[in-house]
Design a protein around this ligand. Structure first.
Ligand code: C5P
Length: 234
């Protein structure tokens, strides 16, 4: 399975994203486009970045009734992106009906489930979402991951620290995409639980998502190459 570094393109404007990508001239990189950029610029930004030869994880976190989810999936398949995702909380019907559409399309795309958002803690889970008080957050993440696997999605987004347990329970081919990566443990920004690229490799992550450490580097290309080498163990 291909391991790779995904660069989070957390920009609000097309020009900013494209100027940043100019620094990677000649390199084909894997980028993550989120709601901020997509809602502002629409499918055109995806087409432009694809035209430049980059791979795309379109992070739109679909969550709706199965019929709408099927329609959204068809629209995303038409964009020919390499990876996209759903909220596991949408349930088996939603996830599996999306999976079926993807299988029928014969397109080679990685589909992920978002388990529990990292902004949701155990208090919110119990008090607001009314999830059984006996369940710990990591147990719910595992349940959601199982639901994603049963629905035949390719994997989940999770913390690298959760990867060993996920792989043990769901198999090494179940893909894990992990944000929260920092080269040194002090540079946290707003991330709480971070690991280094080397630790992510040792824990078994398939893809790491890296935003600010690359975007704010003086030389983003150099930083990207260093992080990639460390992650791939080259
Ligand atoms: O800048 P930084 O490396 O922290 O960016 C990480 C990226 O991964 C951001 O786009 C963020 O939204 C995303 N992400 C995350 N934690 C999650 C899911 C996604 O940091 N649980």
């Amino acid at each position: 399975m291909a391991k790779d570094v995904i660069i989070a393109l957390d920009f609000s404007k097309k020009e900013e994203a494209l100027n940043f990508l100019d620094k990677f001239e000649g390199q084909s990189v894997f980028v993550k486009i989120g709601m901020e950029l997509f809602y502002k610029e629409g499918p055109e930004i995806v087409k432009e970045i694809k035209k430049r030869g980059h791979k795309i994880f379109l992070d739109l976190k679909i969550h709706d009734i199965p019929n709408t989810c099927i329609g959204a999936t068809k629209s995303l398949l038409d964009l020919d992106v390499d990876m996209f995702n759903y909220h596991a909380a949408g349930g088996f019907n939603m996830l599996s009906s999306a999976s079926k559409v993807i299988k029928d399309s014969n397109k080679d795309v990685v589909t992920l489930a978002v388990t529990m958002l990292t902004s949701t803690d155990e208090d919110i889970m119990h008090e607001e979402l009314k999830i059984d008080k006996d369940l710990k957050l990591d147990e719910v993440v595992l349940q959601y991951a199982k639901l994603a696997k049963k629905s035949e999605l390719s994997g989940i987004v999770c913390s690298a620290l959760e990867v060993p347990k996920i792989k043990e329970e769901l198999g090494k081919d179940f893909i894990t995409v992990t944000p929260g990566i920092r080269k040194v443990k002090k540079a946290l920004d707003d991330q709480k639980r971070v690991v280094t690229p080397k630790e992510a490799r040792e824990l078994g992550s398939d893809y790491i998502v890296v935003g600010r450490p690359i975007r704010s580097a003086e030389d983003p290309l150099k930083e990207y190459i260093e992080i990639k080498k460390e992650f791939l163990g080259e």
